[in-house]
Design a protein around this ligand. Structure first.
Ligand code: NAP
Length: 334
């Protein structure tokens, strides 16, 4: 690596988090500024995406991703501007999606950046949320796993989050009765008033009674994004023929025991249970981008974003995400 000019502000892992990450688990460092070689581009980060899968890479392993140990750059995806290019394919000034990591700028292969296209009036940050990986996850779970009929009842865990907010709106637009499970009264209000869920119920001790009222005919579809206690309660309220998508295990990522599924509840409901890995559904990317972009442009689908400013705030924002106090898709503007 040839180093040029000033240093690049970056966030490295200070120590492997024990349980839910804390801001002190990270450290702001200056990394050497690399030269752009043939076939590479320099991307200045505009908005960084914080996502729960990043937790799994910190000291551990997430699917095929390499683990990050103390001193390592925290990985992550961003929307950025190409400020230097040594590729005829990528113009300086273009806006792209790139795996930059948590840093102010990154030198990456030109073949690894994707142009960002959003409809007029839709923020570029949608490329990291509803039009990005979380949105594709929701779209694939909706199209391939839940497949709700009009009038069906679909329950979405973490219903106002990056994935959940899109999934809940797609269920509602398909004519289903959409019910959000959320962690606070504030999120419950966002779920019903902004995202159009028919009902929102709080996770925790009162969930079973609240779901009994919200889903009197049982649950036909469930998107699991959150915790074991919610999964247990929902599984016992499945309607016969229910479809379940196991998509996110927030408590397990923070070190809780591996999530368990109630076999008796699956049997009694003759349920279909699917495991979601978004990378298996890239063949839906064009459909997802076309359909969700049109819904965003028409205002039929809206986004909820939890934004902060400055790279130095990324660790605290990540800690909020992993402790469940974020409200919407977590983004850091640089
Ligand atoms: N399988 C895949 O391919 C794939 C792809 C993308 C994302 N995911 C998963 O989908 C889930 C949602 O991702 P996201 O980016 O949209 O995040 P998010 O929903 O914006 O944030 C996570 C939410 O999880 C909820 N939660 C429930 N129990 C929790 C607990 N014990 N600790 C912390 N949070 C808890 C919280 O919402 P409430 O307080 O409202 O419950 C929290 O806000 C994550 O588990 C993620 O790993 C999976």
């Amino acid at each position: 690596m040839t180093v040029v000019g000033a240093a690049v502000p970056s966030i490295a892992l200070a120590r492997v988090p024990d349980g839910a990450p804390r801001p002190e688990d990270f450290v702001l460092v200056d990394l050497p500024r690399e030269e752009v070689a043939d076939g590479q581009v320099r991307v200045r980060v505009l908005t960084l995406s914080l996502d729960p899968y990043q937790r799994s890479t910190l000291g551990g392993r997430h699917l095929g991703d390499a683990p990050v140990g103390p001193g390592g750059l925290v990985p992550g995806r961003a929307v950025g501007e190409v400020v230097e290019s040594r590729s005829p394919e990528v113009a300086v000034g273009s806006t792209v999606l790139a795996e930059t990591g948590w840093r102010a700028e990154a030198v990456v292969p030109a073949t690894a950046v994707v142009p960002v296209v959003v409809p007029p009036g839709v923020p570029l940050s949608a490329a990291l949320g509803a039009l990005g990986m979380p949105g594709l996850t929701a779209y694939a779970a909706h199209e391939r796993h839940l497949r709700p009929q009009a009038g069906a009842t679909v329950v979405v865990g973490a219903g106002t989050g990056g994935v959940g907010a899109v999934a809940g709106q797609l269920a509602r637009l398909a004519g289903a009765r959409a019910v959000a499970v959320v962690g606070s009264e504030e999120k419950a209000a966002i779920a019903t008033d902004r995202l159009g869920y028919d009902e929102a119920v709080l996770r925790g001790p009162g969930l079973d009674g609240a779901l009994a009222e919200a889903c009197p005919d049982g649950i036909d579809g469930y998107l699991h994004l959150g915790d074991q206690a919610t999964l247990d309660v929902v599984m016992e309220r499945l309607a016969v023929g229910a479809r379940v998508s196991l998509c996110g295990l927030m408590d397990q990522y923070n070190g809780a025991a591996p999530t368990r599924l109630r076999a008796g509840a699956v049997m009694a409901a003759r349920a279909e249970v699917h495991g979601m890995v978004v990378h298996d559904h890239h063949d839906l990317a064009l459909d997802h981008a076309t359909r969700v972009a049109a819904l965003l442009a028409s205002g039929e689908l809206v986004t909820v974003e939890d934004r902060c400013t400055g790279l130095a705030d990324a660790p605290a924002a990540f800690a909020r995400l992993m402790s469940g106090t974020n409200v919407g898709k977590v983004l850091v503007d640089l």
